[in-house]
Design a protein around this ligand. Structure first.
Ligand SMILES: [Zn+2]
Length: 353
């Protein structure tokens, strides 16, 4: 019946079958477009109420599945969704199906949704993003914030934010660079060394090695000059230089010249803390689970919409988060999201997870 799971592996097949079953149930409950319109209309009527804009009467008549109503006082017509989140909704069935699937915590992507609802991929994509944004708004204010850099490896689709001629992950790298540039202005006393290993190595150098290391700089110096300045014989100089070279403290250049390896740049406490948070997050099993979900459903995405993918993940995987009617009620608290608003959206540096 459905062509999209013909080549699926067994684990994906189970997910696809769950999706098809859920959609089948949906179609039984809402077979026609007007059945979905009726659901949305009743929601608007019960949650917000509808008023005649000519005589302010609340008494209206309308037919099943119609977006129009007639005022029973002045007999003028009005649109039931005017001024609500659903004002610009063209395909009520597509909206309703998307919400239905999210509420049942079923995994799906826009391509599958388009196939099931027999609509264009772009329509399915826009609607699922709009609903994901509503789900994102549902997330409580005290939810955990995570640097978006945690997800860099997933950013493999281009967006308007992707720098010209660069890989999509540069959307994130640009943000990291900006953060780094800000941190570079932090005064030194607030900065910390990022290379503890080098530090402890230097403080524990044997006397001879310490002498040679002190003598070297970032400017090239010849082997003979080192031996002459220290009044050492060649064998000792050579052994000492080899030790320093093996420990990555100095570099040997052609012609027997040597330079010191520059001390690594200091990083600010904020920078180090940020890196630590990123590493800690990468060790969380929930982050692993998100990676698995993202790769199996989307094969990666653009950084720009990361926040929406995290919201979808939460709806599907977090117990107790989704409940029937929750998405509808949240929708009614907002004005409709325009296409331009959705296009302008960019996930923040700290995303809700
Ligand atoms: Zn009226």
């Amino acid at each position: 019946m459905i062509k999209f799971y013909r080549n699926y592996e067994p684990d994906k097949l189970a997910l696809a079958e769950k999706l098809i079953r859920a959609f089948h149930d949906f179609e039984k409950r809402f077979p026609a477009e007007k059945d979905s319109v009726e659901l949305f209309a009743n929601l608007v009527l019960t949650e917000i109420g509808v008023q005649c804009r000519f005589c302010s009467s609340h008494s209206i008549v309308r037919e099943y599945g119609s977006r129009l109503f007639r005022c029973s006082q002045c007999y003028k017509k009005g649109w039931i969704f005017t001024g609500t989140f659903f004002e610009k909704m063209r395909l009520a069935k597509l909206w309703n199906a998307t919400i239905w699937l999210f509420e049942r915590r079923v995994q799906f992507n826009a391509w599958q949704l388009a196939n099931l609802c027999q609509v264009a991929y772009s329509s399915a994509l826009v609607i699922s993003r709009k609903i994901a944004k509503v789900i994102h708004l549902l997330q409580s204010e005290n939810a955990e914030l995570v640097p978006s850099a945690v997800f860099t490896t997933l950013f493999c689709k281009r967006s308007r934010e992707t720098p010209a001629n660069m890989h999509p992950k540069f959307e994130q790298i640009k943000i990291d660079d900006d953060f780094f540039a800000d941190q570079m202005e932090v005064p030194d006393e607030e900065a910390i060394d990022c290379d503890d290993e080098r530090k402890s190595l230097l403080s524990n150098l044997p006397t001879a090695e310490k002498q040679v290391f002190t003598l070297l700089s970032e400017e090239r110096i010849h082997f003979d000059d080192i031996a002459n300045q220290l009044l050492w014989e060649g064998g000792l100089v050579s052994a000492t230089l080899t030790f320093l070279e093996l420990n990555n403290l100095i570099v040997r250049h052609p012609g027997d010249y040597y330079t010191k390896i520059a001390e690594p740049k200091k990083v600010s406490r904020d920078m180090a803390a940020r890196q630590k948070r990123i590493n800690d997050c990468l060790n969380l099993s929930i982050v692993d689970q998100f990676f698995e979900y993202a790769i199996s459903n989307y094969h990666g995405f653009s950084r720009k919409y990361l926040q929406f993918y995290l919201a979808k993940f939460k709806a599907i995987f977090q117990d107790g988060f989704m409940a029937p009617g929750k998405i509808f009620r949240e929708c009614l608290r907002h004005d409709s999201f325009s296409y331009i608003q959705m296009l302008d959206y960019v996930s923040p540096d700290e995303v809700v997870f």
